[in-house]
Design a protein around this ligand. Structure first.
Ligand code: SIN
Length: 528
C-alpha cells in the first residue's frame, strides 16, 4: 500500500504532527498498542510554558540550559520556549481544559524552574487531558487513519532513502508494507530497559532501533533521566509521584526522618533530577534503607486531595494515607534525553526519515531535561516536523563532526535461551548503566551484550527485546566513551565535568554492513 505520510507512535508528538499533515495528504498513524496508550497519557506534573505572571522567555531558556548542563543547543531551546505559548493556546482551542484560578491559568513550580511555570489539568492528570483533546481533534480528520496494534518491524530503505515501514498487524498476524513520501518516528522512550520505570510497558526504544538499523545516526544515548520520587512499596506498581508535590512544599527525608537535600545542593529538594536521584542513592547506601521518604504531610489536606487527586487516590488504594504518612520512594527510569539525531525540523541523517519528541535527540535537553519540558517539546517539535515532512528536502549533515571510535556490532549465531531475556537485560542496565556507572562495568556490559544473539523476524515481544538490546548497546558504548560526569551521566571513575574534552555531543551509526558501530562527536551547536 502507498500513502503520503507515515507516523509511528501516537503520543503527543505523533498526533500533533498528524494534525499538521492532515491538510497535505493522507496520513497513517501507527501505534503498537491501543491509540490512547503512550507516555503522554501518564504525564502528571504538566507543561512548562513561559506565560505566567513575572515569567519571561529568557528565564525559561536559561533554566533549560542550566538543567542541560552545558550540552543544550541554545538556538533549539529558544525555539521550544518561544513557540511554546502559541502551541498551548492552540491546544486550549482544541479543548484541553487546564486548571484555572479565578479564571486564569494556574501555574505551579517544579524542580530547577526559577518561576511558577507549569500548567496542569485535572490536578495531576495533565497528560490524559492533552491526549484526549488531541485524539478528538485527529479523529475528526478524514485524511488521518489510526492503525492501532500495528507493530513496526523495520523501515523500508531503497537507494539510501527511507520510503516506508514494514509492520505486523497483530490482530491478523499479517506482515504488511506501507510506503510513503516521509516517515516520522515518534515512538517515545525506552524506560522498559530498566526494572523500574515510570513508562508504560510499550516504551521499548523501538524508534531508535529502527533508525539505527536503517542507517540513521543516534545521539546522546548515555543520558537517561531517573525520576527521583517513584512509589516503592511492596505490591504497588512503580507509580510516579509528581515533582509538583515538592514544588508545592513536600520534602524528602531519609530513614532517620531527617531532611537531607540541603547537604547536597543549594536548591535542596528542588535541585535537578540527576542531583536528587544521586543524593537518594547515597542516603540509602549510608543508612542501609531500601528507600527514602517523600513527606507530603507538610501540604494541607485540601491541596493534596484537590491538586493531586490521582496520587492521593493511588496511594490510598495501596494502604497509604499521604495526608498523614510518609511515602517510600526510590528513583526510576523516566526519560531518554538521547535518541535519533535530528535537526530542529525533525530531519534525521537518513533522507525521508524524520524523528521528534522523546525518540529524537535534537539538542533541546542537553545532558538533562528540565522538568515538564517534554510535553512542550512534543507540541512544538511535533508541529515543526509535520511542516517539514510536507516539504521533503535533503537530510541534514551535522557540522564539524569528528570520528572517535568504532566497536564491533554483536553478530552471535545460535539460539536464544528459551526463557525471556528481559530480566537479564534490565539487570544489566540497572546495575551497570544506571544512575551511577563506571568504565569497568560498562566494558563488562558490552562484553556480555556481545554474547547475546539477536533474533530475526520474531514475534513482537522478541523484536522488542532486540530493540532493548540495540539501545543498551549504544547506551553502554556512549557511556564508556564519555569519560566525565555531566547531567544525568555520572561516572564514578570520572566524577567531574570536563568541558575541554567533552563539551561535545556523541553520535553513533552503523557501517554499511552493520558490522560495527561508528562513534563520532559533534559540537553542541553542530546542528545548523
Ligand atoms: C512529574 O510530574 O514529576 C513528571 C513531569 C516530567 O517528567 O516532566
Amino acid at each position: 500500500m502507498t500513502t503520503d505520510f507515515i507516523i509511528i507512535g501516537a503520543g503527543i508528538t505523533g498526533i500533533r504532527a498528524a494534525l499538521e499533515l492532515a491538510a497535505h495528504g493522507e496520513v497513517f498513524l501507527l501505534t503498537k498498542s491501543r491509540t490512547e496508550e503512550s507516555n503522554t497519557e501518564y504525564a502528571q506534573g504538566g507543561i512548562a510554558v513561559a506565560m505566567g505572571p513575572g515569567d519571561e522567555i529568557d528565564l525559561h531558556v536559561q533554566d533549560t540550559l542550566d538543567a542541560g548542563d552545558g550540552l543544550c543547543q541554545e538556538s533549539t531551546v529558544r525555539i521550544l520556549v518561544e513557540e511554546g505559548p502559541a502551541r498551548i493556546r492552540e491546544l486550549i482551542e482544541w479543548g484541553a481544559a487546564f486548571d484555572r484560578q479565578t479564571g486564569e491559568l494556574a501555574f505551579s513550580r517544579e524542580a530547577a524552574h526559577s518561576r511558577h511555570r507549569i500548567i496542569h489539568a485535572g490536578g495531576d492528570s495533565t497528560g490524559r487531558e492533552i491526549q484526549k483533546a488531541l485524539i478528538q481533534a485527529v479523529r475528526d480528520l478524514p485524511s488521518v487513519h489510526l492503525l492501532s496494534h500495528s507493530f513496526a518491524q523495520g523501515l523500508l530503505v531503497r537507494d539510501g532513502v527511507c520510503g516506508g515501514v514494514q509492520y505486523l498487524d497483530e490482530p491478523s498476524g499479517e506482515v504488511r508494507q506501507l510506503e510513503a513520501r516521509a516517515v516520522l518516528l515518534a515512538t517515545g522512550g525506552l524506560g522498559v530497559l530498566y526494572p523500574t520505570t515510570t513508562n508504560p510497558s510499550i516504551a521499548t526504544g523501538d524508534g531508535c532501533a529502527l533508525a539505527l538499523h536503517a542507517g540513521a545516526s543516534l545521539a546522546d544515548m548515555e543520558f537517561v533521566q531517573f525520576h527521583p520520587t517513584v512509589l516503592s512499596l511492596d505490591g504497588a506498581p512503580p507509580f510516579l509521584l509528581s515533582e509538583a508535590l515538592r514544588g508545592e512544599g513536600a520534602c524528602l527525608r531519609n530513614a532517620q526522618g531527617d531532611r537531607f537535600m540541603s547537604r547536597y545542593h543549594p536548591q535542596e529538594d528542588l535541585a535537578t533530577r540527576d542531583v536528587v536521584s544521586r543524593s537518594i542513592l547515597t542516603e540509602c547506601r549510608n543508612s542501609g534503607s531500601p528507600t527514602v521518604f517523600l513527606d507530603a504531610t507538610l501540604l494541607d489536606s485540601t491541596t493534596l486531595e484537590q491538586r493531586f487527586p490521582n496520587v492521593f487516590e493511588t496511594c490510598l488504594k495501596f494502604g497509604l494515607d499521604i495526608r498523614r504518612e510518609l511515602i517510600p520512594v526510590y528513583p526510576a527510569a523516566h526519560y531518554m534525553m538521547g535518541g535519533v539525531l535530528a535537526d530542529r525540523e525533525g530531519r534525521t541523517t537518513l533522507p525521508g526519515l524524520f524523528a521528534a519528541g522523546e525518540t529524537a535527540s535534537n539538542g533541546v535537553h542537553g545532558a538533562n531535561r528540565l522538568a515538564s519540558n517534554s510535553l512542550l517539546e512534543g507540541l512544538v517539535f511535533g508541529a515543526r516536523v509535520g511542516q517539514a515532512m510536507t516539504k521533503g528536502g535533503p537530510p541534514f549533515t551535522p557540522d564539524r563532526s569528528r570520528p572517535l571510535n568504532t566497536y564491533p556490532w554483536p553478530r552471535v549465531e545460535g539460539d536464544r535461551p528459551g526463557h525471556d531475556l528481559r530480566p537479564r537485560i534490565q539487570r544489566m542496565a540497572d546495575e551497570r548503566v544506571g544512575v551511577i556507572r563506571c568504565g569497568e562495568s560498562l566494558k563488562l556490559t558490552l562484553q556480555e551484550l556481545g554474547q547475546i544473539p539477536f533474533l530475526e523476524n520474531g514475534l513482537r515481544q522478541e523484536q522488542e527485546t532486540n530493540n532493548l538490546l540495540t539501545n543498551l548497546h549504544l547506551m553502554a558504548g556512549m557511556a564508556l566513551l564519555r569519560e566525565e560526569s555531566r547531567g544525568a551521566h555520572f561516572r564514578s571513575d570520572h566524577p567531574t565535568r570536563d568541558d575541554q574534552r567533552w563539551r561535545r555531543r556523541l553520535t553513533a551509526r552503523c557501517d554499511g554492513e552493520q558490522d560495527q558501530v561508528i562513534y563520532e562527536t559533534i559540537p553542541v551547536d553542530g546542528i545548523l
